[in-house]
Design a protein around this ligand. Structure first.
Ligand code: FMN
Length: 328
């Protein structure tokens, strides 16, 4: 009996599993593979150089799958913002009806997507931000715990407490993000009251992921101790792979009076992109979550989703039988 939740019903997907936005990784190929396998794949708008390129990416994904997929719009704290409105308009005009918003001041974008009849999944890292997005009318919250790749926020609340708090406080469905890579994580998220899970790192390490094989193998070889937080001192914390560049950034940050300019070149997006293209794990900064300690293979997206659901069902069955026996 497949696991059906409010999320699967709302999005018309088979598995309650979403592939979150991923800079340089959330390509049409990645998103289409997840959606075609029965989850929700998401194209990352800012991985495309322009709104017109995003239009082409959406068309490409549509040529690869007839299943629904979404588009991620990540609103970054930057002095020279990209043409967010252009990306959002292009995606809506191309017929995308599911959006993942993340980052600063999503209000105007949530309003725009809702006024165009779209479903909005808003990614955030605190219950207070989740409640504020709920008031703005989003449909689903995707809540990133401390374990996640990328930006966990500054409160350092692990998924166990964060999801249980979300279950108590929110009226709309939410999905657990950060730290999930297998059926155990999915079962745990459902037990905590989530309607599904959002994953990043696990999807990076699949056959269809567009990154270099060396990096996939590096993820398989790594343990949960191989990530590090950079940008703590700038209150813009990001969990990344603990390579030479990341350690250097943290060492510079620890020096009194250090500024972003002191690390700007080390953390440039162009260097990070080279990691995925050339397969050199030390070429730049790259996002990874502590689930790298749980990942020990490179499956297809379909095999991954089928396996996760099966594992989760077995665990839920075992837990129920323990509970039943305990009651007898
Ligand atoms: N989240 C965003 O909202 N926007 C991004 O551009 C983005 N880039 C990411 C790039 C990579 C390589 C990874 C692994 C994650 C990224 N994330 C981004 C976060 C994911 O969408 C997701 O919230 C996170 O990976 C969940 O934690 P997990 O890695 O433990 O599954």
């Amino acid at each position: 009996m497949p696991i059906q939740t409010q999320l699967t019903k709302l999005l018309g997907i088979s598995y309650p599993i979403v592939q979150g936005g991923m800079q340089w990784v959330g390509t049409p190929q990645m998103a289409a593979a997840v959606s075609d396998a029965g989850g929700l794949g998401i194209i990352t708008a800012l991985t495309q150089p322009s709104p017109d390129a995003l239009r082409k990416a959406i068309r490409e994904a549509r040529s690869l799958t007839s299943k629904p997929f979404g588009v991620n719009i990540t609103l970054l704290p930057t002095l020279n913002p990209p043409d967010y409105e252009g990306y959002a308009r292009a995606a809506v005009e191309e017929g995308v009806r599911i959006f993942e918003t993340a980052g600063n001041n999503p209000g105007p974008f949530i309003k725009f997507f809702k006024s165009n009849g779209c479903i909005v999944i808003h990614k955030c890292t605190t219950v207070r931000h989740a409640k504020s997005a709920e008031r703005m009318g989003v449909d689903v919250l995707s809540i990133d715990g401390f374990e996640c790749a990328g930006h966990p926020g500054e409160d350092d609340i692990g998924g166990l407490v964060l999801m249980a708090r979300a279950a108590k406080e929110l009226k709309i469905p939410f999905i657990a993000s950060g730290g999930v890579a297998d059926g155990r994580g999915l079962a745990a998220a459902l037990a905590l009251g989530a309607s599904g899970v959002n994953m990043g790192t696990r999807f990076m390490c699949t056959v269809e992921s567009p990154i270099h094989e060396n990096i996939k193998r590096k993820i398989v070889e790594s343990t949960e101790r191989d990530t590090i937080h950079i940008f703590r001192s700038f209150r813009n914390t990001a969990r990344v792979y603990k390579n030479k560049v990341a350690v250097e950034v943290v060492n510079i940050e620890r020096k009194p009076g250090s500024k972003f300019d002191d690390v700007r070149d080390l953390v440039s997006g162009i260097r990070g992109r080279k990691v995925y293209e050339n397969g050199d794990p030390d070429a730049g900064i790259w996002s990874a979550g502590i689930t790298i300690g749980l990942i020990d293979d490179i499956p297809t997206c379909k095999d991954l989703l089928v396996r996760m659901e099966k594992e989760a069902e077995e665990i839920i069955g075992q837990v129920s039988s323990v509970v039943v026996k305990a009651k007898l």
